[in-house]
Design a protein around this ligand. Structure first.
Ligand code: TYD
Ligand code: MG
Length: 455
């Protein structure tokens, strides 16, 4: 016997309540409660999930068998790296991203690359023909990749039972629905229940499952928090729509580090792995232009060189404008205030525009000195040589501060043929200069940098 009832769900955090409330006590958001019809079954006819079950019992930690960690190589270095070394059997992975960013392409490409694994690609969004067209575009032949257009989980599990795939892809979790709940596909209760079924399936059958999830306008996964708790790994696929670069980041990873990231370039024939990001992030200019400085920054564990561009001009209107792309605008204002107050540059009456090349967003504080140098270069209208790069944070009193992983940054700059790198003088210890061709210029204050660059 089953009875129908309705529950109000917070669309933000998935909290539930018997009656409508305006302010979610759990996440603090307003007006997020929506009524959803659910039919609670008595428990007997829950979805049967394939796989072995019912042999769990309590075990002492020292007695737990240590099994060698198995990783499935996806033959995609960037994807492997972000996953922490490959797919873990039985793991549930959520790939999130804005519509059109390339999630389906990324996952299909990875699936096609897994030539000796049987893959089931379940799509609720596109037809088989569309998937085939995409596969042809990517241009990888694979005889073991099945496509299924189906949205009802019970049917999907039937096919899984017949096919016994070694990897399951669901594109997307928001299109699925399960019989045991009456609300519409994409609602919080459906997403939660469907994800729970696949979680159970992944664990019981030791099959990795990749769920693709949409992101709402605010950049959070739709039906979000609940999903993040359930899955083992949350990957975010992001990038500026107008640039070809895409970045894959791990926001949560039970099997690896979250500081890794993978870089891809969207091409007409699928995603290309970018193994040397510095090459594409630096423009190769013939002549030197003012307002450009190159920073040696770290994205995750990877050093890369990136170009910062500044334009400083007299304010056209009364109030000077400050605008930045790819860099925190509050931090830009802080750096301008430091330049004004501590180092005496009259920038208060100037418009300042800042851009990080390549459409990247940078959080690494080591980019500060490059930003400051680009601003000063544009202000003085004197170019900085293309063979110079920077890696330092700038403090509130105009001091040049040390940054982490300086050796890696210097090594990358050296490898790419830079001739000089400006670093904090407090960063010098531990740097082994013997094998380097690059000249290290230690500095302590912005004035020293200015003196070395422009006078
Ligand atoms: P898609 O993977 O469908 O994005 P999502 O699943 O995240 O919604 O594809 C995104 C875009 O990528 C689409 O506008 C077309 C483009 N694209 C290429 O430029 N090259 C390709 O080889 C493919 C398959 C897609
Ligand atoms: Mg898609």
């Amino acid at each position: 016997m089953s009875k129908t009832k309705t529950i109000f769900f917070c669309q933000n955090c998935g909290a539930q309540s018997a009656k409508w409330i305006g302010h979610c006590p759990s996440c603090g958001e307003w007006n997020t409660y929506v009524e959803e019809i659910i039919r609670r079954d008595t428990g007997k006819n829950r979805t049967p999930v394939p796989g072995k079950k019912g042999d769990s019992k309590p075990v002492l930690i020292p007695e737990v068998e240590a099994v060698a960690e198995i990783r499935i190589d996806t033959h995609n270095h960037e994807f492997n790296r972000v996953l922490g070394g490959g797919l873990v059997p039985g793991s549930l992975i959520l790939v999130g991203g804005e519509p059109g960013i390339g999630k389906s392409t990324l996952v299909l490409q990875a699936a096609l690359n897994l030539k000796n694994l049987k893959v089931l690609y379940v799509t609720g969004e596109e037809s088989e023909q569309q998937i085939k067209m995409r596969a042809e575009r990517i241009g990888i032949q694979n005889q073991q990749c099945y496509v299924l257009t189906e949205t009802l989980t019970q049917n999907i599990f039937q096919f899984i039972e017949q096919l016994q795939p070694e990897l399951v892809v669901i594109d997307s979790i928001q299109t699925l629905h399960t019989d045991i709940i009456d609300s519409s596909a994409g609602s919080i209760s459906q997403i939660r229940e469907c994800a729970a079924e696949f979680q159970k399936y992944a664990k019981q059958s030791e099959t990795p499952v990749i769920l693709i999830g949409h992101i709402t306008k605010d950049g959070v996964l739709a039906g979000p928090k609940i999903l993040e708790h359930m899955v083992d790994t949350v990957l975010q696929f992001e990038g500026e729509r107008n640039y070809g670069y895409r970045i894959l980041r791990a926001a949560k990873n039970r099997f690896g580090s979250t500081s890794e990231l993978g870089i891809y370039e969207m091409q007409s024939s699928g995603l290309r792995e970018v193994s040397n990001p510095s090459e594409i992030l630096l423009s190769h200019r013939e002549e030197s232009l003012s307002g450009i400085a190159i920073a040696a920054m770290m994205e995750g564990m990877r050093p890369m060189m990136i170009e910062t561009q500044a334009l400083v001009s007299s304010a056209a209107y009364g109030t000077p404008q400050r605008s930045s792309t790819g860099f925190d605008s509050r931090r830009l204002n802080m750096l301008l205030a430091v330049l004004e107050k501590r180092s005496g540059f009259r920038l208060g009456v100037k418009d300042v525009f800042l851009n990080i090349a390549g459409g990247l967003r940078v959080d690494d504080p080591a980019i500060d000195l490059a930003v400051v140098s680009a601003i000063l270069s544009s202000n003085e209208d004197i170019p900085i040589s293309q063979n110079i790069c920077f890696a330092s944070e700038v403090g509130l009193s105009g001091e040049i501060r040390s940054v982490n992983r300086i050796e890696q940054r210097i090594a990358e700059a050296d490898k790419l043929g830079f001739e000089q790198i400006f670093i904090s003088k407090y960063n010098l210890k531990g740097v082994d200069k013997s094998k380097l061709n690059i000249e290290i210029i230690p500095v302590g204050k912005i004035e020293e940098v200015f003196g070395k660059l422009f006078t």
